[in-house]
Design a protein around this ligand. Structure first.
Ligand code: ADP
Length: 259
C-alpha cells in the first residue's frame, strides 16, 4: 500500500491563478501507470487553485462572517476543478482512478483531523482502483471550517490504511539545509533524521501564497508516519522518472526521513 502526494507546486503553475501544469500532470499519470500493481492512493495539493481562493476569503482562520460561506464553497470548488483535471489525465493514461472529495469523509477540530472515515477508500482499493483525494476546505468542529493540507491528510491516511510507503512529490530535490530557492549554498540531505532535525536545518516557509506551510510543514506532518514505521521519501516530481522510481521502491535522488 503506497500513498503518493503530488504537491500543488507540481500539478499547477503557482504564479498563475487556476493554471494546471499540464505537462507534469500527463507525465506523472504515465509514471503512476507503469509503477506496478501494489495498491495506491493519490493525494494532491491546491497550488494556484485552492490556495489563492482560501486566502482571499480567510478560510484557514475559520468561520467569522456569513459572507465567508460562499468562499468556503468556492475554495472546495477550485479543488474539485483541479482534481477533475488530474483524474481525467490518470484515466487517459490507463489508471483506474476515482475522485473522492476529502471534505465528505474528513472533519477537523482546531485544524487537526479528528474524524476520517476511510471505508470508501478501502473499498475502492479492494477493487483495484486508485482513489484520488486532495487537500480541501473541510468542516471543523471548533472553528466552523478550516483548510486541511494534503500533507496532513497523507500522514493521517498512512496511519489509518497502514501504508508501507509515502512518496512526497514536490518541486525541489528533497529537504535541503536551507530553502534552495533562497540560499545558493543549500545542500540536499539524502537521509534526514527527525531526531537531529532541530537546530540542523533551516527549513524556511514556502514562498508564494501557500497557507499550509512549505517543506517544514511537510516534514512535521510526516513525523508521526515515520514513527509508525512508514517509509517516507521526498522527491522532485518535476524531474522525469523520480516519482515512478520512488513508487517502485527503487533508490532515487531525494530525502528519506528516518527516526
Ligand atoms: P508543495 O506545493 O509541493 O506541497 P510547498 O511549496 O508547500 O510544496 O513546499 C516546498 C517548498 O518549500 C520548496 O519549493 C522550497 O522552496 C521550500 N523550502 C523551504 N525550506 C526548504 C528546505 N530546507 N529544503 C527544501 N525546500 C524548502
Amino acid at each position: 500500500m503506497r500513498i503518493l502526494k503530488l504537491g500543488g507546486s507540481v500539478v499547477t503553475d503557482k504564479d498563475r491563478p487556476f493554471t494546471p501544469a499540464t505537462g507534469n500532470i500527463m507525465r506523472l499519470a504515465d509514471e503512476i501507470e507503469s509503477s506496478g500493481p501494489q495498491p495506491l492512493v493519490v493525494v494532491h495539493g491546491g497550488g494556484s487553485y485552492g490556495h489563492p481562493v482560501a486566502k482571499e476569503h480567510s478560510i484557514s482562520g475559520g468561520l467569522k462572517r456569513r459572507d465567508q460561506l460562499a468562499g468556503f464553497s468556492r475554495t472546495h470548488q477550485a479543488m474539485v476543478e483541479l482534481n477533475r483535471i488530474i483524474v481525467d489525465a490518470l484515466l487517459d493514461a490507463g489508471v483506474p482512478a476515482f475522485s473522492l472529495s476529502t471534505s465528505t469523509f474528513v472533519t477537523t477540530t482546531a485544524r487537526r483531523v479528528t474524524e476520517l472515515d476511510a471505508s470508501i477508500v478501502r473499498a475502492l482499493l479492494g477493487h483495484g482502483m486508485v482513489p484520488v483525494l486532495y487537500g480541501d476546505a473541510v468542516l471543523d468542529t471548533q472553528q466552523g471550517f478550516a483548510i486541511l493540507s494534503g500533507d496532513q491528510l497523507v500522514a493521517m491516511l498512512a496511519h489509518t490504511l497502514r501504508a508501507e510507503r509515502i512518496v512526497m512529490g514536490c518541486d525541489v530535490d528533497g529537504v535541503y539545509t536551507a530553502d534552495p530557492k533562497l540560499a545558493r549554498d543549500a545542500r540536499l540531505i539524502p537521509r534526514l533524521s527527525l531526531r537531529e532535525l532541530d537546530g540542523m536545518v533551516r527549513i524556511g516557509e514556502a514562498l508564494n501564497t501557500d497557507v499550509t506551510g512549505g517543506m517544514l510543514g511537510k516534514v512535521r506532518e510526516a513525523t508521526g508516519a515515520v514513527e509508525a514505521g512508514v517509509e517516507v521519501v521526498i522527491v522532485n516530481a518535476g524531474e522525469p522518472g523520480r516519482v515512478g522510481a520512488a513508487l517502485r521502491g527503487e533508490k532515487v535522488m531525494g530525502t528519506v526521513l528516518i527516526l
